[in-house]
Design a protein around this ligand. Structure first.
Ligand code: UD1
Length: 417
């Protein structure tokens, strides 16, 4: 079984290029289904979730191939609207194909995604919205079957600004008859990227990045070339890694705008951060001030996808910090593993109280989700001695090569098999 080995306790210094964004590219890959022709997608990350999405595209009849870091997707020969069960089980976000296949073929069959390790993650908002859009939904708890004569524009009000549900409605609405208004839409930068891609292909979407999005249905989308942005969570992960170990690093290919809440917390913790158009520089003494109150929230709030990494840094803060996880109910699975390093963390429902300790010792730990796994890597870099992290495939779902990137910054870390 493969694992990650770290000899920790070293400062991080140097430069690293930030890979393409996972959460931007996955809905864009689904959206290619709506395009009558070929998409060339530049800066596409080579991560397990992208490989899985390519398998779905191929299974439904598309031709997909790499040209260096660009992915070419030809959807002209799409021949089924059934998403194979095996891929939905491997990757929950394959539900994003629902809106795209409805838009292209007026039907979709997909197995029920169920929960995942970070929470129950229902899809009721997605299905209720489709029903508002003239789609009939049969859901027996195992299989979801959606059909329509024609998707129709509608007014959709979300109780919560769900990222996936907002994306699914946009995808279903782009080729629909009439106008769709989404109220209380998610405002994540990845929604804006999806809309930019679709508009570049001929869609008529306004309001992306705001809580009200309007989509005017069009008859077809044309071939397009698009460049995927850099991954803000990967950048945030490396910023927290440097904050945890101390050192000075430059992250290339991303500015600060999508990371404002993360950056303001890192500054409050005592780090110096400089923002360029296309780079972020961090300088850290490795001495962290505690943060009394952090709560996760939809964008532009503090991202739940950065919570585990931030917790790892706070383990060695000079006092007590509190985190409130408000988005997913099961995102503290890392805590028993962090305690093995010597961390002092108490969980009470949504609240984690982190009492800073002065020393972390390398440990033998198990990743159980993507960002939690990244949090364990950070703890391993901060700890003295050898750390072994099992289940590295969770991390490979979202990081092209976290070990290589961190080695570029001087870390002693590698994949072992
Ligand atoms: C996306 C991101 C994930 C991130 C999350 C929150 C992708 C591929 N994944 O996930 O990395 O952690 O946003 O920023 O972009 N909810 C319902 N019913 C629904 C849909 C959602 O109750 O139908 C709840 C969820 O359980 C959760 C909250 O809404 O508590 C937010 O979830 P959502 O924004 O939908 O997350 P995802 O799109 O699954």
């Amino acid at each position: 079984m493969s694992y990650i080995e770290i000899n920790g306790g070293k400062q991080l210094n140097g430069e690293v290029n930030i890979q393409g964004s996972k959460n931007a590219v996955l809905p864009i890959l689904a959206a290619t289904v709506l395009v009558n022709g070929i998409t060339k997608l530049n800066h596409c990350p080579k991560i397990l979730d992208v490989f899985n999405t390519i398998s779905i595209l191929e299974a439904i009849g598309c031709i997909v191939y790499w040209e260096n870091s660009s992915l070419i997707i030809d959807t002209t020969k799409l021949n089924t609207s059934t998403v194979p069960d095996e891929y939905v089980k491997q990757m929950r976000s394959s539900t994003i194909f629902m809106g795209a296949l409805l838009g292209r073929t007026n039907s979709v069959t997909i197995s029920y995604p169920g929960g995942c390790t970070i929470g129950k993650r229902p899809i009721n908002f997605h299905l209720e919205a489709f029903q508002e859009m003239n789609v009939s939904v049969e859901d027996d708890g195992n299989l979801i079957h959606c059909t329509t004569k024609r998707v129709k524009g509608s007014n959709i009000f979300f109780k919560m600004p769900s990222v996936g549900a907002t994306e699914n409605v946009i995808l279903a609405a782009v080729l629909a008859e009439g106008k769709t208004h989404i109220y209380n839409a998610a405002r994540e930068p990845e929604i804006t990227e999806l809309c930019k891609y679709l508009n570049a292909a001929g869609a008529k979407i306004t309001g992306a990045g705001k809580d009200e999005i309007v989509i005017d249905g069009v008859d077809y989308l044309h071939a397009v070339e698009y460049t995927n942005p850099s991954d803000r969570i990967v950048a945030g992960t490396y910023l927290t890694a440097v904050a945890g170990t101390g050192g000075e690093a430059v992250l290339n290919g991303i500015g600060c705008s999508s990371l404002q809440t993360v950056i303001s917390l890192l500054k409050e913790m005592g780090n110096t951060i400089l923002c360029g158009e296309d780079y972020i520089m961090i300088s850290s003494s490795g001495k962290t001030k505690p943060i009394p109150f952090i709560y996760t929230a939809p964008y532009p709030g503090f991202p739940t996808d950065m919570q585990s990494q931030m917790m790892s840094v706070l383990i060695k803060a000079s006092g007590t910090s509190n985190i409130y996880e408000e988005v997913f109910e099961n995102r503290y699975q890392n805590v028993p593993e962090l305690i093995k390093f010597g961390a002092d963390i108490v969980i009470n429902d949504k609240e984690a109280t982190i009492n800073g300790v002065s020393l972390l010792k390398g440990s033998d730990v198990f990743a159980s989700d993507l960002r939690g796994g990244a949090g364990l890597v950070i703890a391993g870099l901060m700890a003295t001695g050898k750390t072994t992290i099992h289940n590295p495939d969770f991390i490979k779902r979202g990081y092209e090569d976290i070990c290589k990137d961190l080695r570029n910054l001087g870390a002693d870390i590698r994949y072992m098999s």
